[in-house]
Design a protein around this ligand. Structure first.
Ligand code: MOS
Length: 725
């Protein structure tokens, strides 16, 4: 299907078509309004002050110089900040070490870069100047900074979130199976701390209105979850959720770091209350490395045992991951767990293929699971084999010489590597509302978010098809917590969750319209039963005699309504108990390695994905491009460097925290193997936000091995790691 039409092809379902992103024009012309860009009267500006030690206590502040800056409205410190009605818990979810939730409620310092004061002024520049003049005296304590020093204290998480799998699982007797396996791999892989670095930094504008029962807090906040934001703020300030409104029509990327309501959001609301003015707080890029989580470090040991034919007899995967002791709290980052874990697993599989002298695809096919052996359930659908086949064909994998260092272009070594990818189908309860207007247009509303993934576009496509209306008459509205509640845009769940809610709302809306049409005065469908009616092209009509119809404007007028709003929700049933539900993919990378400089370039990349129904080939392909780009960054560039003495991030900027730029990314070929899966959810989608990063780093690492014979088990694969003699 061509990708350049952008407009729906008439007479066909719009779901699946490569429709242009509806917010694309607004974004490229700068008219899309992000959280920091709302034009609010009388806006004051807040700037955070952060600790410069890693552990200890604040002995005191000297605020004289800061307060002397003109235009200063307030300086909040633990000494004068309002006490929150609900003290945030200092125990982490895992009942492990204390977690730093820096809301100026006490003088403790848990990590370098922790928020310890907020300066508010009438202009940003004055707030920045005063923040720089805040003097802090500390009583410093010894900090535990290096993960290596804390390995003896590692523990398995005791509690975990609802729905998450237990941290430890075991089947059979892997030790015994390993001991008898004729071919074995035992290797340790490590991945560094990484930061998300979306283009749009975190930003919150907070404003309070009214008194008593009418006291209301509104935040314009960059977030992946407006409903979470509303609920977190309500809890912390002792308000009812209805008293808090979170607005976020556009998000400039998140990748997980905007999934939580981080302390700066609460602090913005707190200072807005103190100065009794709307306050804007935007994190500086540097603060994006200390305020909103990160992908934790991992140390993973993989042990594989196979028979001579390459059938796996044992697989043991032990992982250690860094926690907040006392560093800032880690969080989810695109495919949290899967991205780091698959680097180790898919590298080890490649090592096993080398040991067995088997093609990596052949090894995977010999171990292909037709049912989920771990959960002992059938897959609702699994087209991974078709992904392998499509990727092999598109990449030309059949021409791959088995030995490393076998392909060259002059002095440059060329290598091909592959990896499998998988990600669970996630879905949560969501709501949606259909609003029919007297002008014949339809608004579909849900309190979801569009991280740039295409939610605005694909939800309008789903609604247009379900309503049998042309796409241009359907608009999708999101990003306001007053809309029906939807889950956080994380875990690749928005399309499945919100898409199913939109379908449910359309169903309810049609039933409502049928009732109204049957009851209307002088109704052209009078006497029919609801089953004989259909809704198409904006009219309720008799299926057997479509000329007997009544349009929405007439229907509204006869009921003396300006508009009609119908709301419905959808939630998962027990299907996950009966089926194992996952998306799958096969990824293939070509790298070119300069043996003298060690420079590694990814020159080709093919990804084939089976992720249920593809709602929009264009936005889906963008997801794949983004995920692979991030995976290439993970493989070759990204690492947050932390000073082992003072616990401070030393590369908190986009010039020293390296990420791929356009010149680093080749043409990425994306193939979708469509699946018709009726089990997963009414929308038929499995989600694509995270799948494409899952195997990408391993595919690149395996290609680097094939090019050079050098197996790098420690990410990122920097040039110097290629210069071993
Ligand atoms: Mo994503 S890491 O589920 O926001």
């Amino acid at each position: 299907m061509p990708l350049d039409t952008g407009f729906p092809i008439p007479g066909r379902a719009v779901v699946g078509q490569p429709i242009d992103r509806r917010d694309g024009r607004l974004k490229v012309t700068g008219r899309a309004r992000y959280a920091a860009e709302f034009d609010i009267d009388n806006l004051a500006h807040a700037v955070l002050v952060q600790s410069t030690i890693a552990s200890g206590e604040i002995a005191g502040f000297d605020l004289a110089a800061a307060q002397a800056v003109p235009g200063i409205l307030a300086i909040l410190t633990p000494e004068n900040a309002p006490r929150l009605p609900e003290q945030p818990s200092r125990q982490s979810e895992t009942s492990g070490p204390p977690v730093a939730i820096p809301l100026l409620q006490d003088r403790l310092v848990y990590y370098n870069g922790q928020h310890i004061a907020v300066v508010v002024a009438d202009t940003l520049e004055r707030a920045q100047q005063a923040a720089a003049l805040v003097r802090v005296e500390y009583r410093e304590a010894e900090a535990q900074i290096r993960m290596e020093d804390a390995l003896g204290a590692a523990y398995p998480p005791k509690r975990f979130r609802n729905g998450a799998r237990p941290p430890d699982s075991r089947r059979g007797d892997p030790e015994a199976a390993l001991a008898m396996a004729p071919v074995r791999i035992d290797a340790t892989y490590t991945t560094p701390v990484e930061h998300h670095n979306p283009m749009e930094p975190h930003a919150t504008i907070a404003l309070w209105e009214g008194e008593g029962e009418d006291h209301r807090l509104t935040v314009y906040s960059a977030t992946q979850g407006i409903s979470n934001t509303r609920e977190a703020l309500a809890r912390l300030f002792g308000l009812k959720p209805e008293q808090v409104r979170a607005i976020c029509p556009f998000v400039g990327g998140g990748f997980g770091c905007k999934g939580n309501t981080w302390p700066h959001v609460t602090l913005a609301a707190m200072v807005a209350g103190v100065v009794n003015r709307p306050v804007k707080l935007v994190l500086a890029r540097e603060q994006m490395f200390s305020s909103n989580g990160y992908r934790p470090r991992t140390i993973q040991r993989l042990r594989l045992g196979a028979d001579a034919q390459g059938r796996l007899l044992a697989l043991s995967h032990d992982g250690l991951t860094s926690m907040s002791h006392p560093a800032p709290l880690p969080t989810y980052m695109r495919a949290p767990g899967e991205a780091s874990g698959s680097f180790a697993l898919e590298s080890a599989m490649d090592e096993l293929a080398v040991a067995l002298k088997l093609d990596p695809i052949e090894l995977r096919l010999r171990n292909y699971a037709e049912t989920d052996p771990h959960e002992d359930k059938p897959f609702s659908s699994k087209a991974l084999k078709q992904c392998y086949a499509a990727g092999v064909e598109a990449f030309g994998w059949g021409r791959r010489p088995p030995e490393p260092r076998a392909m060259r272009d002059g002095p440059v070594l060329i290598g091909w590597g592959m990896a499998s990818a998988t990600y669970p189908m996630n879905r949560s309860e969501a709501g949606a509302r259909i609003v029919f207007d007297s002008d014949g247009t339809v608004a579909v509303q849900s309190g979801t978010q569009d991280l740039g993934t295409g939610t605005y576009t694909v939800m309008a496509q789903i609604a247009a098809d379900a309503l049998k209306m042309p796409l241009h008459r359907v608009r999708f509205e999101l990003g306001d917590s007053e809309f029906p509640k939807a889950p956080v845009s994380g875990g690749s769940q928005s399309a499945a969750s919100v898409g199913s809610a939109v379908l449910a709302a359309v169903d309810s809306a049609k039933q409502r319209l049928f009732e109204m049409a049957l009851a209307a005065e002088r109704s052209p469908v009078k006497g029919a039963s609801p089953g004989e009616l259909e809704f198409a092209d904006g009219s309720v009509r008799l299926r057997s005699a479509p000329h007997r119809q009544i349009g929405i404007p007439a229907l509204l007028a006869r009921n003396r309504l300006e508009r009609l709003a119908v709301e419905a929700g959808a939630k998962p049933g027990d299907e996950k108990k009966r089926f194992s539900m996952h998306s799958f993919g096969a990824q293939f990378a070509e790298v070119r390695v300069d043996p003298e400089l060690g420079e590694i370039r990814v020159s080709r990349f093919v990804g084939a994905y089976a992720a249920g129904r593809i709602l929009n080939v264009k936005t889906a392909r963008s997801q794949a491009i983004g995920g692979i780009t991030m995976g290439i960054g993970m493989a070759l560039m990204e690492a947050t460097r932390i000073d082992p003495n003072v616990g401070r991030v030393v590369n908190p900027n986009v010039s020293e925290y390296l990420m791929p730029v356009h010149a680093d990314i080749p043409d990425l070929a994306t193939i979708f193997v469509e699946e018709q899966d009726r089990m997963i959810n009414p929308a038929g989608v499995k989600g694509l936000g995270e799948l494409p990063i899952v195997g990408a780093a391993a595919a690149v690492a395996n290609a680097v091995y094939h090019a050079t014979g050098i197996r790098v088990r420690d990410l990122p694969i920097l040039a110097e790691k290629m210069l071993v003699v």
